[in-house]
Design a protein around this ligand. Structure first.
Ligand SMILES: Nc1ncnc2c1ncn2[C@@H]1O[C@H](COP(=O)(O)OP(=O)(O)O)[C@@H](O)[C@H]1O
Ligand SMILES: N[C@@H](CCOP(=O)(O)O)C(=O)O
Length: 357
């Protein structure tokens, strides 16, 4: 009997909110907002077709080397000496792009899983995470989207050089039908690079995300960060990070403890010029917004994350009101949308059908 041939693959990947205040490049949580990918394998010689619905449908590239999901899948296949088979791909994406809700992380996770299933690679989740880390460059969003829950992670080895080398490559190099031998592609230097723990999170907590209409690319938001920090600022974040992770697990979360623990000196200050109104938004307090635990930028922004245990919509409206009174780069008031989401335990899930001859 010949090896089973995959025929259909269905993948679901949650969005994420990362950093969560002091946990820059460390903390990430998967959210109840899911990217869905449905792939049908086509006969050899067919051309891959991508149908994309959902957020930013008019801007997402639909060619294999330019689309993040298929380009990721081709890279993973090529790293294992294979070419991604032709696919009919239906992508449904409600995760706003360029908003700090991990859309790129979820797309990378989906692409890695797609290659693993379509090319029968047999990769473990840990090895899939290694590749997600190399592509994304930081662990917080992809760890949460792949594994689910409220996650804390560190990198056991640097993937910086491989990350830069990959992104300096033209994607057509590994998206061709004759990809280069995997020795010529950047590979994760060792296995099990993304060391992580899933942290308990109080079930009373909801993630209120306030999503402005403008985008902020993670690449730009990372480019404005300093190369080094003072000891005082590092200690400021380390102290709060350690307190925050435990404080969020309490069955009765304390805003008095959490609000201060969600302060940050590593990323938000340096990015605030890219998010009009942010200082006023981050100055909202539990006293002004009963039910609020803490408030911060979600991921690289510009979405604002308010962790809360009550009054979710009214907390969202307070942020919307500040943005409505702030001027965007186009000179108009900043419109935004409030979503009340849950931190979900499930990470990426997938199923594959086979044709056994
Ligand atoms: N589902 C998707 N399909 C294809 N490309 C995607 C998808 N999600 C994100 N991307 C790509 O990732 C980019 C956004 O990534 P990034 O700047 O990191 O913002 P985010 O905070 O949303 O992750 C989009 O402009 C798009 O090029
Ligand atoms: N730690 C990263 C998080 C990026 O998250 P995303 O949702 O914007 O992809 C950063 O802040 O750069």
């Amino acid at each position: 009997m010949s090896a089973p041939t995959p025929t259909h693959i269905k993948i679901t990947v949650p969005a994420s909110t990362s950093n969560i205040g002091p946990g820059f490049d460390v903390l990430g949580a998967s959210l109840s907002l899911y990217l869905s990918v449905s792939a049908t394998l086509l006969p050899a010689g067919s051309a891959t077709a991508i149908v994309y619905t959902g957020n930013n449908a008019h801007t997402v590239p639909l060619t294999v080397p330019q689309n993040l999901i298929t380009a990721t899948a081709c890279y993973i296949a090529a790293c294992h000496g294979k070419a991604l088979p032709p696919l009919e791909l239906h992508i449904d994406n409600p995760i706003p792009l360029g908003r700090g809700l991990g859309s790129s992380g979820s797309a990378v996770v989906a692409g890695v899983i797609l290659a693993n299933e379509a090319c029968l690679l047999g990769l473990s989740k840990e090895r899939m995470l290694d590749f997600c880390l190399l592509i994304e460059g930081h662990p917080d969003n992809v760890t949460a989207s792949l594994l689910g829950g409220f996650c804390s992670s560190y990198l056991s080895a640097s993937i910086h050089d491989e990350h830069v080398a990959l992104h300096n490559l033209d994607a057509t190099v590994y998206c061709s039908n004759n990809p280069p031998p995997n020795g010529r592609l950047p590979l994760p230097p060792v296995e099990n690079i993304g060391r992580h723990v899933r942290l308990p999170l109080s079930p009373a907590i909801r993630a209120v995300v306030i999503i402005p209409k403008f985008e902020l690319s993670t690449k730009l938001a990372r480019s404005v960060l300093p190369a080094s920090y003072s000891r005082a600022d590092v200690i400021f974040n380390l102290q709060r990070l350690s307190v925050l992770t435990l404080a969020l697990s309490s069955p009765e979360p304390s805003s008095d403890l959490i609000y201060g623990a969600m302060q940050d000196r590593v990323h938000q200050h340096y990015r605030q010029h890219l998010v009009p109104g942010l200082p006023q938004i981050l100055a909202l307090t539990p006293e002004k917004c009963p039910g609020l635990l803490g408030i911060c930028v979600s991921g690289a922004g510009p979405t604002v994350l308010a962790l809360a245990v009550a009054n979710f919509e009214s907390i969202g409206r307070e942020v919307q009101h500040i943005w409505a009174s702030s001027m965007g780069s186009d000179g108009s008031a900043i419109e935004s949308e409030v979503r009340v989401l849950e931190v979900v335990d499930d990470g990426a899930t997938w199923s594959t059908s086979y044709n056994v001859e």
